[in-house]
Design a protein around this ligand. Sequence first.
Ligand code: SAM
Length: 287
Amino acid sequence: MRRQKSFENEMPTCYVVATPIGNLEEMTPRAIEVLRSVDVIACEDTRHTQKLLRHFQIENKVISHHDHNERDSAKGILMLLHQGFNVALVSDAGYPLISDPGYILVETITQHGFNVVPINGSSALLAALVASGLVTQPFYFHGFLPSNLKEARGVLTRIRHYEATMIFYEAPHRIEKTLKLALEVMGDRKASLARELTKKHEEFIRGTLSELVIEAKDLKGEMVLVIEGTKEEKEPDISMMDIRHHIDELIQSGLSAKDAIKQIASQTGYSKNEIYQIYHQDSHTNC
Ligand code: SAM
């Protein structure tokens, strides 16, 4: 166990600095001050961050810290902290670590007892949630769904019984497919698509998943999808583990896999397709 009194010790610090997700006026004075005062700024894309720094007349050294070099870069940054330097971490937009690099670095630094201090700012997921018109608590943030359709279906199948409002990041070229898949797996629910948040063409499309599917064609820009949690009174009281176990038992007792899946579907209220996904997706990895 470790306790960090952020401003009551002399340890070097890594500041995790949120930057604007579009509108530069969302850059906070505190973020500017920290980026000026640290010894070095670690960033995803040095050219992108240089532009931001130039805009705010911040002259400082930048080093690259992205998905492909995160482990090595984390070691380098740790050495800087050991030498007594303060570091800031930024990503291209919003909070580092939120669907962006930084987790390995923060984990490493905290394990070595240095300070990690968050500097707040814009957040696409929170902006999309609070303006969605959907229940804001509890909420579940997923980030990006897997690009593989089968894996994405598996994720949605697993979370479709969550009561929490669900938040997903999505790319414009995939949004239509994702909405169709969510509609198929979760049924028609309320949803909200937030596009180009804080920018000139900011837009919210609020409605049901089936309505959003129709609107999603040819949408451009950055987007966040918010989907209402389940309204079902009661979740099926059978876990996925149970489902796989029951199917295995039925198969051992002589039923074909197809008939076993059909039987479990009728017992649980899941669709045959969902049971099929649960069984084939996870049975051989988790059991
Ligand atoms: N670190 C960022 C954050 O804190 O939100 C997220 C980075 S992630 C690589 C980029 C995704 O965030 C986009 O594909 C989109 O889903 C969402 N996003 C970022 N900025 C956005 C904006 N201005 N409007 C809508 N969605 C945005």
